[in-house]
Design a binder for this molecule. Structure first.
Ligand code: IVH
Length: 675
C-alpha cells in the first residue's frame, strides 16, 4: 500500500489526468483514451481515496456525486445582480436598439457587436476561488438565488477546477444549464415508461432536474452547461466579450460555437437568419439570439437600467406554432401495456420540419384539452423538439367533430383494457399481447437495456414481424443467416451483431434487470436491487417485505416485481437465459459480498471524526444505504453530538442507535473484514 506522501502525489496526478480526459471527452468531444482505460484511472483514484479519506480534495472527480440530500436550498446573494434582457421582436427593434446606443454614446466611437445564440435553459452562476469551484446558484430574483452547488457538481461540463496555472483569485462565471434534445426525448420516454408524467420541454426538464434536493437524482439527469458571461469582466484581463468567451473556453468551459462578431446591424440580422435556419439542426434548444456590445469599456459606459443592461438585447425567435387538422387517433400499446393515444395530423411544416404525429400521453390529457377528431388544433414544437398539441380552436368547430374515447379492447390483441384507480394509463393486461412483446424485445436490446449493437428498433421490428424472434431467449439463438437478409444488412453487419449478442451475456445484474423492462423498474431501481440482492436468484426469491425493506422501493415497485417474477412464463424465460451462459459482474469489483447491504442508516447530530458525506460514501461502498428521514425502513440511527428530535423518535420505533464510536467501529470492522 502507498504511504501518505506517495498517495497524495498519486491522487494529484490522477485528478489531473482524469480532468484532462473529462475535458477531452465532454468539452472537446475528442476522447484520447478508451472508456475502459478511463474507468481504470477512476477506480484507482477511488481506491486510494478510500484508504486515505483525508486526502480527498474538493476538485476530485469523485466528488461530483455524493452530496447528501437537502431539506431545502439555502439562499445565496449574488455579488453582482444577475440581470435580464430586453427583447426585440423584429428587425426594426434591433435598429432602434442601435440608435439608442449611438445616442447614448453621442456617436463618439464605432460600435462592434457579438451575436450569440440564446440558449433556452436556466441561468446559473458558478463561483471559482483560486481556480476551485466552490459555490453555484440559480438566478433566483436576480439578487438572491438558491445554493445548488452539489447539483451543479454532478454536471460533467462544469469544471471542478479551472484549467489554468494562474487562476484569478475569484471569478464568477454565468451560463446556461440545459438538456440536449436527444437526451430530453430519452428522459421523457423513460418517465412515461415508468408511469411518471413527461416534461413539457427540455427547459422544464432541466429546471426540474436542477432543483432536486437530492443530488443523486440530479446526477442521473443528462444536464449540460455552456458559459456566456462573467459577473465582473474586470476580474479577467479581457477587453471584449468575444475575447472573454475564448478565455472562458481555455479555462475548461464549453462555449457556443455559433457566436459571431458583427460590425453593424445588417450583419447581425444576417446572423439572426442564419441561426433561425440552423435552429432545427442544433442538438439543443435556442429561443433567440443575444446581441451584446463587444467592448467591456463601452458596456461600462452604457451601464444598466433597473433590470437589464443598456448594452445588450435579445432578438427572440417567433414561437414555432401553427394550426392543422386532427385527422384521427392511433392507439399504441407500449412495453408495459400502456395504451398511448397519438394524434395523426394533417401534415404541416413547423420550425423547419414536417410534423405528422403528436403524442397525447393518456386519456386525461385528451379530456383536459377537450380534443375532438376533426378539430383544428394549435401545434407547437415543444421547446422545438417534440410536436405537442396545445389546444383545439373551438371557434372553428362546425359540429361534425367527434369525441375521442379510449378503446375498450386492445387495438393489437383485442384483450379487455383496464385502468387502475389513481393511474393515468389505460393498459392491456394480456401478458402475451404481441405489441407489448415486441416493445419489450426492442427495449431489451436498446440503449436502456443491454445495448446490443445492430439490434435497433427497425431490425427488431422486422425480426419480430417475421416471427424469427418472439421472446428474449430467441435473440440468443439468432444465426448469421437470420440477420443477413434484414433490410440494409450484409455479411459484416450480421457478423458484428452476432458478436454483440454474444458479448451482451457479460453484463451487470442491474443492466440486466433494467433490460427486462419490468414496470416501474428503471435504471435507478435496478441498481438498488443489484446492491441489495446481488444475484438474480436472490432477487427472484425476495418476498414483498424483503423488497419493501430497500430504501427507495415502495409498494408499487415491490408489487410489480412480485407480479413479474411469480409468472411461470417469466421464470421459464429467465432460466433459459441463464442456461445460455449469462454472467453478471458486480460493479464493486473485488469486494464480493457487501457486508452492510440491506441496512439503512440515518444520521442525527454532528460527528467529530468524519463528515456526513464521507460517512455516506463509505456506507455506500459497503452496500449500506442512507435515508434522509425517519421511516420504517431505517435500521440504524447514527447519533453524533447534539442530536435532534430523531433520537427520541427512533428510540420509540426501536431502531438500533449507534454512537459515533460504534459507528466508526462498524465501518472499520467491515473494512478490515474486507481485506
Ligand atoms: S447574457 C445581462 N447571453 O437569457 C445579460 N444570456 O434574460 C445577461 N441566455 O436568463 C445575459 N443565452 O440565462 C446572455 N448567450 C447568452 C444567453 C443568455 C441564454 C439567457 C440567460 C437569461 C436570459 C436573459
Amino acid at each position: 500500500m502507498l504511504n501518505s506522501t506517495a498517495a497524495k502525489k498519486r491522487i494529484q496526478d490522477l485528478i489531473q489526468e482524469i480532468q484532462l480526459h473529462d475535458y477531452q471527452y465532454y468539452i472537446l468531444d475528442n476522447p484520447l483514451i478508451a472508456d475502459s482505460e478511463y474507468d481504470l484511472l477512476f477506480r484507482e483514484l477511488l481506491d486510494i481515496e478510500k484508504n486515505f479519506p483525508d486526502l480527498v480534495s474538493q476538485d476530485s472527480p469523485s466528488q461530483r456525486v455524493g452530496g447528501a440530500p437537502l431539506e431545502k436550498f439555502a439562499s445565496i446573494e449574488h455579488r453582482f445582480p444577475m440581470l435580464s434582457l430586453e427583447n426585440a421582436f423584429n428587425d426594426q427593434e434591433l435598429y432602434e436598439f442601435e440608435q439608442r446606443l449611438k445616442r447614448f454614446l453621442q456617436n463618439s466611437t464605432p460600435l462592434s457587436y457579438i451575436a450569440e445564440p440564446k440558449l433556452d435553459g436556466l441561468a446559473v452562476e458558478l463561483v471559482y476561488e483560486e481556480g476551485l469551484f466552490v459555490k453555484g446558484s440559480t438566478r433566483g430574483d436576480g439578487r438572491t438565488g438558491e445554493d445548488i452547488t452539489s447539483n451543479l457538481k454532478t454536471i460533467q461540463t462544469i469544471p471542478l477546477r479551472l484549467h489554468t496555472p494562474e487562476p484569478p483569485a475569484i471569478i464568477e462565471v454565468r451560463g446556461e444549464v440545459f438538456i440536449g434534445n436527444d437526451d430530453f426525448i430519452a428522459l421523457n420516454k423513460e418517465r412515461v415508461d415508468s408511469g411518471e408524467p413527461p416534461f413539457a420541454n427540455p427547459r422544464n426538464a432541466a429546471a426540474g432536474s436542477l432543483r432536486q434536493l437530492d443530488p443523486q437524482l440530479t446526477a442521473d439527469r443528462p444536464l449540460d452547461f455552456m458559459v456566456y458571461a462573467v459577473s465582473d469582466p474586470a476580474s479577467t484581463k479581457q477587453n471584449t466579450q468575444s475575447g472573454l468567451l475564448t478565455y472562458l473556453n481555455s479555462l475548461g468551459f464549453k462555449i457556443n460555437p455559433h457566436a459571431a462578431t458583427c460590425s453593424d446591424m445588417k450583419s447581425i440580422i444576417t446572423h439572426y437568419n442564419h441561426l433561425l435556419e440552423l435552429r432545427p439542426a442544433l442538438p439543443y434548444e435556442i429561443d433567440g439570439m443575444v446581441v451584446k456590445v463587444d467592448s467591456f469599456l463601452l458596456q461600462q459606459r452604457l451601464g444598466t437600467k433597473s433590470r437589464s443592461p443598456r448594452w445588450a438585447i435579445a432578438r427572440k425567435f417567433p414561437a414555432s406554432q401553427a394550426t392543422t387538422r386532427l385527422n384521427s387517433i392511433e392507439f399504441q400499446v407500449g412495453r408495459t401495456g400502456a395504451v398511448t393515444p397519438v394524434a395523426l395530423l394533417e401534415p404541416l411544416r413547423i420550425g423547419g420540419v414536417t410534423v405528422r404525429r403528436a403524442t397525447l400521453h393518456n386519456e386525461d390529457e385528451i379530456k383536459r384539452k377537450d380534443l375532438r377528431i376533426g378539430d383544428t388544433v394549435l401545434i407547437q414544437r415543444a421547446g422545438d423538439v417534440i410536436p405537442e398539441v396545445i389546444k383545439p380552436i373551438t371557434d372553428l368547430r362546425d359540429g361534425t367533430e367527434q369525441i375521442i374515447s379510449m378503446p375498450r379492447t386492445c387495438p393489437v390483441c383485442d384483450h379487455t383494457l383496464s385502468r387502475e384507480q389513481g393511474e393515468a394509463a389505460t393498459r392491456c393486461t394480456n401478458p402475451h399481447c404481441p405489441s407489448q412483446r415486441m416493445r419489450s424485445l426492442i427495449h431489451f436490446t436498446s440503449k436502456a437495456g443491454l445495448d446490443i449493437e445492430g439490434l435497433g428498433k427497425k431490425a427488431m421490428e422486422q425480426l419480430f414481424n417475421e416471427k424469427i424472434i418472439t421472446d428474449i431467449p430467441d435473440i440468443y439463438s439468432l444465426k448469421h443467416e437470420h440477420l443477413q437478409h434484414l433490410d440494409g444488412w450484409g455479411e459484416k453487419s450480421a457478423a458484428n451483431a452476432i458478436k454483440a449478442i454474444a458479448d451482451s451475456k457479460k453484463t451487470t445484474l442491474s443492466q440486466f434487470i433494467a433490460a427486462l423492462g419490468i414496470r416501474y423498474v428503471g435504471e435507478v431501481t435496478s441498481r438498488l436491487l443489484e446492491t441489495r440482492f446481488q444475484t438474480l436468484e436472490r432477487l427472484m426469491l425476495a418476498s414483498t417485505d424483503d423488497l419493501l425493506a430497500v430504501e427507495g422501493i415502495g409498494e408499487q415497485v415491490a408489487g410489480s416485481l412480485q407480479d413479474y417474477f411469480s409468472d411461470p412464463a417469466v421464470q421459464e424465460m429467465l432460466s433459459t437465459l441463464m442456461r445460455n451462459g449469462f454472467e453478471f459482474s458486480l460493479p464493486q469489483q473485488g469486494t464480493g459480498i457487501l457486508p452492510l447491504a440491506g441496512n439503512v442508516f440515518l444520521f442525527t447530530g454532528t460527528m467529530a471524526s468524519c463528515s456526513r458525506s464521507e460517512a455516506k460514501e463509505r456506507l455506500k461502498d459497503l452496500g449500506g444505504q442512507v435515508s434522509s428521514s425517519l421511516t420504517k425502513k431505517v435500521t440504524h440511527l447514527v447519533c453524533g453530538d447534539k442530536p435532534g428530535s430523531k433520537l427520541k423518535k427512533a428510540g420509540e420505533m426501536s431502531i438500533s442507535i449507534l454512537n459515533e464510536q460504534q459507528f466508526m467501529e462498524l465501518l472499520g470492522q467491515q473494512h478490515n473484514g474486507d481485506q
